[in-house]
Design a protein around this ligand. Structure first.
Ligand code: SIN
Length: 287
């Protein structure tokens, strides 16, 4: 097994990996990175210099690549998108600026999302992560017993509505909003408490971006429980703030974290290339 220089970042999630070039990655390093992902759920590999093609080759080690729905990809690279805000995009919402796990309304939502920093604002533009395994562990036994049998409904409708309500000014260029798209607007049930196989832990699986309500309940009935869970899962002790460094390559596990892009850098350009690898139908832990 390769020994990597892995330095934990947050109290419960996140680690920085130093001293490797993923372009020259061998199978032992791949296994070590996968073990680091299982343990830390977010890892940032410093100082990588990857073309879109090389980012795809790296990402493929973690699963089949996924072309994102409703997002225009890079020319010639259907599985790579530019997460881009231009200097003149002022007072517009940006891609992913509410807490979410990626595309959780799909039957098999994506597992790993991978961002490569290409151009960063002088300050701001951080990404926040919250640990859904730690959040689950932090609940009382009574609350766990109440939540564990429940299913929760996910839909792209909530996100599309938020963007439209924001004046219809579309976030990152190239992103096509989902409102009105029958595939995104469908409601899909997933377990509220999801099994995270790589760590053997349980994770909450809901977010204010994609969750509409608890299954078999109205939105009004669900709201107090969901609002509590959103507040609980994003408590500071469960979070990590990624302050981007030039050439960072960062990946997270959507089965076990939610994330949010901080939109606080109007007047500056920010560009990251994003790939998405692996898909999995959310499932409960075996009884
Ligand atoms: C995303 O949700 O993929 C974007 C995150 C970011 O821009 O920091």
């Amino acid at each position: 097994m390769s020994t990597l220089d892995i330095r934990p970042l947050g109290s419960c999630l996140g680690a920085a990996v130093h001293g490797i070039d993923v372009k020259a990655m061998d199978d032992a390093t791949e296994a070590a990175l996968k073990a680091a992902m299982a343990q830390h759920r977010v890892i940032v590999i410093r100082d990588q210099h990857l073309s879109p093609e090389q980012q795809k080759v790296f990402s493929l080690r973690f699963g089949p690549l996924m072309a994102l729905p409703y997002v225009k990809p890079l020319d010639g690279h259907p599985e790579v998108i530019a997460v881009l805000k231009e200097t003149d995009e002022v007072k517009v919402s940006t891609f992913g600026s509410w807490w979410h796990a990626d595309f959780s309304y799909l039957e098999e939502p994506p597992v790993y999302s991978i961002l490569h920093a290409k151009e960063l604002p002088p300050k701001g533009g951080d990404t926040l992560f919250a640990d859904l395994c730690a959040a689950w562990d932090g609940l009382s036994d009574g609350m766990k017993a109440l939540l564990e049998p429940l299913n929760v409904m996910h839909s792209g409708f909530v996100y599309g509505t938020r963007v439209v309500d924001d004046g219809g000014r579309n976030q990152t260029r190239g992103v096509v909003i989902s409102k009105g798209n029958p595939e995104a607007d469908v409601e899909r049930a997933h377990p509220l408490v999801r099994y995270h196989a790589p760590s053997g832990r349980k994770a909450l699986f809901a977010s204010p971006t994609y969750t509409t309500r608890l299954e078999d309940m109205t939105e009004a009935e669900s709201k107090p429980i969901l609002e509590f869970l959103y507040q609980h899962m994003t408590r500071p002790e469960y979070t990590l703030r990624q302050v981007w460094q030039d050439h960072d390559l960062l990946m997270w596990d959507n089965r076990a974290v939610v994330h949010l892009a901080v939109n606080d850098y109007d007047g500056h350009r920010r560009l990251l290339h994003r790939t998405t690898a692996g898909r999995e139908r959310p499932a409960r832990a075996a009884a």
